[in-house]
Write a protein that binds this ligand. Sequence first.
Ligand code: GLN
Length: 480
Amino acid sequence: SLDVIKKNAYINAFTSLLPDEQIIEQVTAADKRVFNREPKKSIFDGRLVAIKDNIVTTDLPTTCGSDMLRDYVSPFDATVVEKLREAGCIIMGKTNMDEFGMGSHSTYSAFGAVERPRFPGRAALSAGGSSGGSAAAVVAGMCHFALGTDTGGSVRLPASYCGIIGFKPSYGLISRWGVIAYANSLDTVGILSREVWESKHIFQLLSHYDPKDPTSIPKHTRQVVGEALHHHRKAIDAKRSLRIGVPAEYNLEELTPAVRAAWEQTLQHLQTEGCEIVDISLPNTRAALAAYYILAPAEASSNLARYDGLRYGHRSLEDRSSPERGEILFARTRQEGFGPEVQRRIILGTYTLSSEAIGNYFLQAQRVRRLVQQDFDKVFALPNLLLNREAEARIEGVDAIVVPTALSRPPALQDVRAQSHVETYANDVFTVPASLAGIPSVSVPVDINEKGSPVGIQVITQWGDEKRLWKVAEMVEDIS
Ligand code: GLN
């Protein structure tokens, strides 16, 4: 791994790495455990793991890809990091990302852009974002698996561009304690790995109630919902085969031929595996994108208010003597510390929350969010038990939805840089609906045996139904 990292330094996947001696020391300790026949701490004991740089660690800085936090080292580990260490994982480095998670190509980083590991003789490609460093590190073989965060697609999109598995859990199942907030109501910790079974096991390792995270689902709810879902699933399985929903609204004109071909191939494969393919409608898909780009910046503008140059992070050194030092310090600090995309989002978010605009934008977007949630609840066979514990299953509904993750395969970095902001935002059209609804989704690579990288196909299920998600994802994985 250390060699691979050095050879592929051009992909710029890391913002910081644990020193070689410390990696070797931890690997040796794990090897010794095996040699001494000590019980393994977990199936991932001794594995190298990379962590997105907005998840805090005590031994390496946590920068969020920003100058604002360039030298910041957290006094504590995030709960997910703690869990991985307990499982014997070696946290070998922190991965590059779009500043504070805002972006889709990992080009908006104070540490320079990430590049997808390159095909010989071809142009530099986007690794996707904002967890592009994590995805690139996994596909390059620099680590065994990586953690990212997914607010509106930031794990699934890079997974799709890099040809690996990218999983976003149901909101509330994996602790966000120690994850630096972008948009709290949407933020989740996601997993980037090479195979579905690994993703499933890492999820099981990380999905636990955490009293430190106020949005973490309590033990009792996990148990009650888990049992009810199990009961509903059993009743459905006894009566019919798996039903896979294909929403008409995802069949966009902008879909590239390769993505359309991979999608069709996937559905055919699922059919030969005995699934029934069902046409469904999710009418608010397009509106979801607009709503996301109101809600996420609004929450971000409020979260990022804490970077004021006083408490921690960057502080501007100019104008120490000025009488208006307070205001100047605040403005200068933020001007110097935040990159252009973050500044743009803060301005957008502050505007949509202002008394003049809140009714037209923020409140409207919250209404759309509810409609998006209802779209999903109307098509799934399983009920949304978070909203109503007593709700019944509908046998005529679908068990999973299968759609592309992105409109195209990874674009050239050069083309990405020439895109307008709105064009870049449009990239997230297939990933934001599941984020707004808080439901689980996983992107699985499908190889259509043509030149170029595989295409990411997304499986989406009802809240808490990770069980079906893995099952369908494993079927999709079998195609390639
Ligand atoms: N591209 C989206 C954004 O910029 C998603 C980011 C994310 O999931 N962190 O907001």
